[in-house]
Design a protein around this ligand. Structure first.
Ligand SMILES: CC(C)(COP(=O)(O)OP(=O)(O)OC[C@H]1O[C@@H](n2cnc3c(N)ncnc32)[C@H](O)[C@@H]1OP(=O)(O)O)[C@@H](O)C(=O)NCCC(=O)NCCS
Length: 204
C-alpha cells in the first residue's frame, strides 16, 4: 500500500484498455494538449481548468504532473488511441487519502473524439487498476449538475449519485451546483466496449 509522500509502488504504466492507452504526459504533448484544452466545452465543465488555455498552461501542468506522481499525490495520464497514437483526452486520480483509501477522479475527452466511449473505457481501466493495485476502497467524482454526459459515464460504471452541493462552484459571475458520485470497490462494473468505432456523435 502506498504511503503519502512516496511514489505509487507497483502501479503499472502505461495502462491498456481495448482501444485506449493511458500514459504519462510528455513535454512534447504540450502543443496538442493546449489545442484540445483551449475549448470552452472543456473549461466550463471542469472546476480548475483555465480558459483560454495556453501552451504555458500545458507545460506547467505536465511538469506538475511529474512532481505529483513522484510524490505519490496524483496520477495524471493522457488517453491515446492504441491504433494510431492519436491523443484523445486526459484522466486523473488525485487527492489520495490513504487512511480512508479514497481518491478523486477527473477526465476530459477532446471534442472531436467524444461519443466513442473513450471516457468510459479510460475510467474503467484506471478505476480497476486503482482498486486492485492501490487497494482503494472508494473513488469519488464531482460533476457540474448540468453535465449529463459525464454523469452518464459514471453511472454506467456503477458510480452512485450521493448528493448535490448547491452553488458549490463559481465560473465567471455565476454559481453552479455540483453533484457528488461515489464508487466502492465492490460496486465497480467494467466498461463494455461499443461494437464499432465512431458509433454515434456525442450530444455535448
Ligand atoms: C464528459 C466527457 C468526458 C464524455 O466523454 P466521451 O468520451 O464522449 O464519453 P463516452 O463516449 O464514454 O460516454 C458518453 C455517454 O454520455 C452520453 N451522452 C452524451 N451527451 C449526453 C447528454 N447531453 N445527456 C446525457 N447523456 C449524454 C453518450 O450517449 C454516452 O452514453 P452511451 O455510451 O450509453 O451511449 C466529454 O463530453 C468531455 O470531455 N466533456 C468536457 C469535460 C468534462 O465534462 N469532463 C468531466 C468533468 S466531471
Amino acid at each position: 500500500m502506498a504511503k503519502p509522500g512516496h511514489a505509487l509502488p507497483g502501479f503499472p504504466l502505461p495502462l491498456r484498455g481495448p482501444r485506449v492507452l493511458l500514459r504519462l504526459p510528455r513535454l512534447s504533448d504540450a502543443p496538442a494538449l493546449a489545442a484540445f484544452l483551449n475549448d470552452p466545452t472543456v473549461s466550463r465543465s471542469m472546476l480548475r481548468m483555465p480558459f483560454p488555455y495556453t501552451l504555458q498552461n500545458a507545460n506547467r501542468w505536465i511538469r506538475q504532473s511529474r512532481r505529483m506522481l513522484r510524490a505519490g499525490q496524483a496520477i495524471h495520464l493522457l488517453m491515446e488511441n492504441r491504433e494510431n497514437g492519436e491523443l484523445l483526452g486526459g484522466i486523473a486520480l488525485s487527492d489520495f487519502d490513504w487512511v480512508q483509501r479514497s481518491a478523486i477522479l477527473g477526465y476530459w475527452v477532446a471534442r472531436r473524439h467524444r461519443g466513442n466511449g473513450y471516457a468510459g473505457e479510460a475510467t474503467s481501466v484506471l478505476s480497476r487498476t486503482a482498486f486492485r493495485v492501490l487497494k482503494l476502497h472508494r473513488i469519488e467524482a464531482e460533476v457540474f449538475a448540468f453535465n449529463s454526459a459525464s454523469a452518464h459515464v459514471l453511472r454506467k460504471l456503477g458510480f452512485a449519485a450521493e448528493g448535490r452541493k448547491r452553488q458549490a462552484a463559481r465560473k465567471g459571475t455565476r454559481w453552479f451546483d455540483r453533484d457528488l458520485y461515489g464508487l466502492l470497490a465492490t460496486e465497480f462494473r467494467p466498461f463494455l466496449a461499443p461494437p464499432a468505432k465512431g458509433r454515434r456523435s456525442s450530444r455535448r
